[in-house]
Design a protein around this ligand. Structure first.
Ligand SMILES: [Cu+2]
Length: 456
């Protein structure tokens, strides 16, 4: 109850803040021309003009999309995921021999400190970089993309501390109160899009390592979490399949509506984060995405994962997610928000876990960002065992719900070699259920200070 009151109050405050910002923006821009729908390239020739324009500007720093189809062809984030059309993405861009080459990424150098009996401290870095190349052949677009992370080296002992977080393993034991590093190869993918007509797009995605059509854009890639260095508690109920093996996805888009289907290998990446795992396609997912207007993106998806967890190999999982994103460009910033529900159901014993997330990041006065993440997530009884061998016959069950309230702020401090740096901090407070109070204390707190780098 308290969780939902906080969510509603937050939405109300943000709405008022943005209206105030926009009023200021309008009074500053009166007389200037602001891009609008009327300037949207809608025909093939206009699109080609726009591409030619991009060729002339050898280096651009951000890309916008004017329609869902244009957004999808750009393939700016992991897998075939979509944000709202108006979401701008900072990147380095150049053209060579008819190919458009792009590079974007994110790196945090963070120090986390947590209180309570289970609290731990650590210095670590979460990071990824995404080089990609894209070329248009008439109505077709070919994209090749890779995403790399140095987290196997920058997160020691195969985990960084995060209270109440669970999922995957380190040294054969379940990770409890911690988050695993991502793989060196987070994605290796080829994408092909074909415009059947002005309003219809057919898309194919093939990736030895990639992101199937399940869940919203994964947290490291979405604008609403762009300044937050740590994973959501609901990661393994929402978007954890963003690094999967042997993914094939087909999609069809008509105007603002897209339907996709994926086949992939369901087992989570192995503990060795330097290698590329392979396995047969034994899991599936399907997703509906709708981008009504420039600022909204809705998705709902369902998938069945065959034997995702190495510690529970006989257990298959059904995951259902639904999410709504809202993005609003401001004159000197941007406001990106997400509300998300993710649910896991064991197909072995029917046990169900739910997770809810509200996330919002406001960039204002160019150099400042403030953000929040509010979560309400079911946790399993693995939390009670901690990072110890599972007792014989242990049955993992969702048994308690934890709330996490995060607020953070950072500020750009300068740039070197097309990398912009920011310093920031965030704090997380928790709502601890009675059954976990003796293990965690009633009021644990987590504070993270960080330096952030991003190409721009
Ligand atoms: Cu992840």
């Amino acid at each position: 109850m308290r969780f939902f009151l906080v969510v509603i109050l937050f939405a109300f405050l943000m709405q008022n803040f943005c209206e105030a910002q926009e009023l200021t923006a309008n009074s500053q821009t009166s007389g200037q021309q602001v891009p609008d729908k009327a300037n949207t390239p809608s025909t093939a020739s206009q699109r080609q003009d726009q591409m030619a324009g991009m060729d002339m500007h050898k280096q651009q720093t951000s890309r916008n999309a004017h329609s869902m189809i244009e957004l999808l062809e750009q393939h700016r984030i992991s897998g075939t995921d979509a944000e709202a059309d108006s979401t701008a993405l900072e990147m380095l861009m150049t053209t060579k021999h008819g190919w458009m080459l792009m590079l974007h990424g994110l790196g945090f150098f963070a120090d986390i400190q947590q209180s309570g009996p289970r609290g731990a401290d650590k210095l670590f870095s979460t990071n990824w970089i995404m080089p990609m190349a894209q070329r248009r052949f008439g109505p077709s677009t070919l994209t090749v993309r890779t995403m790399l992370s140095l987290e196997p080296a920058t997160i020691s002992d195969r985990r960084y501390p995060e209270l109440f977080e669970e999922g995957e393993t380190a040294f054969g034991l379940p990770i409890v109160d911690g988050q695993h590093p991502h793989n060196l190869f987070m994605e290796l993918a080829a994408l092909y899009d074909y415009r059947v007509s002005e309003r219809t797009l057919v898309s194919l995605y093939a990736a030895p390592v990639g992101d199937p059509a399940l869940g919203p854009p994964a947290y490291p890639h979405r604008a609403s979490a762009s300044e937050n260095p740590v994973a959501p508690l609901g990661h393994h109920l929402q978007d954890s399949t963003h690094v999967s093996d042997d993914v094939i996805t087909a999609g069809i888009t008509y105007r603002d509506i897209r339907l996709e289907a994926s086949g992939f290998h369901g087992r989570e990446p192995g503990e060795d984060r330097w290698d590329v795992d392979q396995g047969k396609i034994d899991s599936w997912a399907t997703r509906l995405t709708v981008n009504p207007g420039q600022n909204w993106s809705f998705q709902s998806s369902i998938g069945e994962l065959h034997s995702p967890e190495v510690l529970f190999p006989t257990e298959d999982l059904r995951r259902i997610t639904a999410s709504l994103m809202y993005n609003r460009p401001l004159r000197h910033g941007n406001w990106a928000s997400l509300i998300l529900w993710g649910r896991n159901q064991s197909l072995l014993d029917g046990n169900v876990g739910n997770s809810y997330l509200l996330e919002s990041t406001l960039r204002f006065l160019r150099k400042n960002s403030a953000w929040t993440r509010i979560e309400n997530a079911d946790r399993t009884n693995e939390l009670l065992i901690g990072e110890n061998p599972l007792p014989p016959g242990f049955e993992e069950r969702y048994f308690a719900r934890v709330q996490a309230y995060t607020a953070g702020y950072d500020r750009e401090v300068g740039s070197v070699a097309r990398l912009s740096g920011a310093v920031g901090a965030q704090a997380t407070w928790y709502g601890v259920p009675d059954v976990l109070k003796s293990t965690y204390g009633a009021h644990p707190v987590s504070v993270t200070m960080f330096f952030r780098l991003r190409p721009f």
